[in-house]
Design a protein around this ligand. Structure first.
Ligand code: SAM
Length: 219
């Protein structure tokens, strides 16, 4: 799995991808993540990536030319090109699972008042939204998609068995209520307890309890 992210703020990703299991997966060569400064594909002195909207209106719009050149350079036959926009298809676990089986994702992070519509129409394969709210840029959506996809790529979490155990054959992922030590957490006069059944060692009862306190996330 290789991910190429096109952004005008490449430094935003520095600490994010250089920490935790994602860094390890990159070091092991399981995944490749490349962050590209869109301005690399500009030709004018000021490295302009935006311009005023035709027809008037508020703010600036990202230009098509540098994005076209960037995607042209990075794209391969098997690539999926994602454009982040709050108008896009709502991202979910099902899409993450589909993406995790692909070889190459190219992500385009918008900024300003959005991206020239021809990018959505002619260059991107899919427009994605991470929720019904408007962010200032596509960088956080790119991190959301990258992390949710990469944790499904075999070898990234190290415990593929765990993902399998948490996956129902047809429905998706099981997310459960979890507890750890201490068994009793004292909050002033109150005692916040771990449910007794989890300490009982009775696997059948624990399984039944888990069924009640789990949610299946379609995937
Ligand atoms: N009206 C603009 C549009 O429809 O794209 C809003 C632009 S927003 C201020 C700037 C950029 O942030 C967008 O181009 C997009 O890349 C990203 N963005 C904002 N909210 C998002 C969301 N909920 N999901 C995905 N991307 C989002």
């Amino acid at each position: 799995m290789k991910i190429d992210i096109i952004t005008i703020f490449p430094k935003i990703f520095d600490s994010y991808f250089s920490e935790s299991l994602i860094r390890k997966a990159v070091e092991k060569g399981i995944v490749g993540i490349n962050i590209h400064d869109l301005r690399k594909w500009t030709e004018n002195k000021r490295r302009t990536v935006d311009d005023k909207p035709f027809g008037g209106g508020f703010g600036m719009v990202m230009k098509i030319e540098p994005i076209f050149k960037a995607v042209k350079d990075l794209k391969r036959k098997e690539s999926k090109v994602i454009l982040f926009t709050p108008r896009g298809k709502k991202y979910d676990q099902k899409t993450a699972t589909k993406f995790s089986k692909l070889d190459h994702l190219i992500m385009i992070c918008g900024r300003y008042e959005g991206v020239d519509e021809r990018v959505a129409k002619k260059i991107a394969d899919i427009e994605l939204s991470i929720g019904d709210y408007v962010l200032m840029g596509g960088e956080i959506p790119a991190m959301v998609v990258a992390e949710s996809v990469l944790r499904l790529v075999p070898g990234v979490l190290g415990k593929q068995k765990m993902i399998k155990e948490r996956t129902t054959k047809s429905k998706g992922f099981i997310e459960c209520a979890q507890y750890t030590r201490p068994e009793v957490f004292e909050m002033g006069k109150e005692k916040w307890m771990v449910p007794k059944v989890l300490l009982s060692g009775d696997h059948k009862k624990i399984e039944e309890w888990r069924k009640k306190h789990c949610k299946i996330i379609a995937g």
